[in-house]
Design a protein around this ligand. Structure first.
Ligand code: HEM
Length: 161
């Protein structure tokens, strides 16, 4: 493992569990999720996510990306690790996120959202991931169409590998 990944070492592995989603424009929903964080000897963590419908096993959202540890920012508060996240989604959206790791909590927000011509009008995304022992809890907020930054996802995943 690359030495720069030491602050993120606890994430490496597989996590599975349940999530729930909401948003002002849609009906609430539930999902099951598996996330795999890996590494390849370089200063980034690979991220592969799959979700499916709990009753029918029908596939739902999926995404892949990289968590990067580029070294300390000049203006980073003491005790925090600067992190970057890039994510690609089959819905035609890419997220470029920047943030920090502090006390086991990753706090990230988009600096750029890329959209293909037919992608939905997502303007910004924020994500938090909190790792406590083998429990990974995350939340996601987005600004979409005419809705400002609003909660969309909450999930609690346990380490399974
Ligand atoms: C665990 C991951 C996710 C799951 C399970 C999930 C699930 C859903 C579901 C079931 C809907 C309502 C039906 C539909 O439009 O397909 C929805 C809508 C939507 N989601 Fe997600 N989603 C996930 C992640 C994301 C992410 C990462 C984004 C943006 C970056 C996003 C953006 C949207 C948008 C824009 C809508 C449409 C809202 C509307 O049509 O009014 N979702 N999502």
């Amino acid at each position: 493992m690359h030495a720069a990944l030491a602050p993120l070492a606890g994430l490496l592995g597989t996590f599975e569990g349940d999530g729930e989603g909401d948003y002002p424009t849609i009906s609430p929903f539930r999902y099951r999720e598996r996330v795999v964080f890996g590494h390849a000897g370089k200063p980034f963590v690979t991220y592969q996510q799959h979700t499916w419908q709990p009753d029918t096993d029908a596939p739902m959202h999926t995404e892949v990306g990289y968590l990067r540890v580029p070294g300390p920012a000049v203006d980073a508060p003491a005790g925090t690790t600067r992190v970057e996240l890039v994510i690609a989604q089959p819905t035609g959206i890419v997220e470029v996120q920047e943030g920090t790791l502090e006390d086991g909590v990753l706090t990230l927000a988009t600096t750029t959202v890329g959209r293909t011509a037919t992608a939905k009008d997502v303007w910004s995304v924020r994500r938090t991931f909190a790792l406590r022992d083998d429990l990974l809890v995350y939340d996601l907020w987005m600004a979409y169409a005419h809705v400002p930054d609003t909660h969309h996802l909450h999930a609690e995943l346990r380490r399974t590998g």
